[in-house]
Design a protein around this ligand. Sequence first.
Ligand SMILES: [Zn+2]
Length: 229
Amino acid sequence: MASPVGRRLRDGPPVVVILVGPPGVGKGTQGGLLAEATGSRHIATGDLLRAAMRDGIDLGREAQEFMSRGELVPDQLMVGLVRDVVEKMDRDVGAVLDGFPRTVGQAEALEGVLFELDRKADLVVVLEADDDVIVKRMAGRRSCGQCGAVYNVHCSRPKQDGICDQCGGVLTLRPDDDPVTVRNRIEVFRRETTPLIGYFDESPTPVHRVQADQSVADVQCALWEVVGG
Ligand SMILES: [Zn+2]
């Protein structure tokens, strides 16, 4: 998607942006759009983990062991994955971190890594939305069991109810998107990130809050105002 102004948002130095927000708030979508507009690398830790496991690199294998035991992937391992990416990036390329850091420990470790690489986090953006809005949005999601395409009965319906436009597969509500599960995931997120946001509020890195229970385009504009302004 092109930026609304039809050009790269920033001509200034590259920025490192940390995006924080509950599951289902649209962090992945907005992170991707923001990265594109700023010519930055979108670093989504979920994608990093999946790629590391798929490619069988050491950190990926280690992460897989924890996950197969149903345990959280330790901070140091996540930090290692992010470090690998940032280290290999050109100095004139910024980054949009999405899904990381999630804890104060990760934030401190990230600060150390960026410092070593002669970079720093330039701003933190907290995407906020009412729980009920997120739950409704997630409960409307329908995923294709065959190709993974995602639809939404509220805003992007398939041509035929329950059937994937792309491959004809059956669309279902994933257990992850079930309202009870979503409320739980939001609760876990708040428990984890309330101290994290407190930590950033006390830090010299500016923290901006963006209301994310609006349309994708409106959130995009609000975000760009904060980052580009
Ligand atoms: Zn499909």
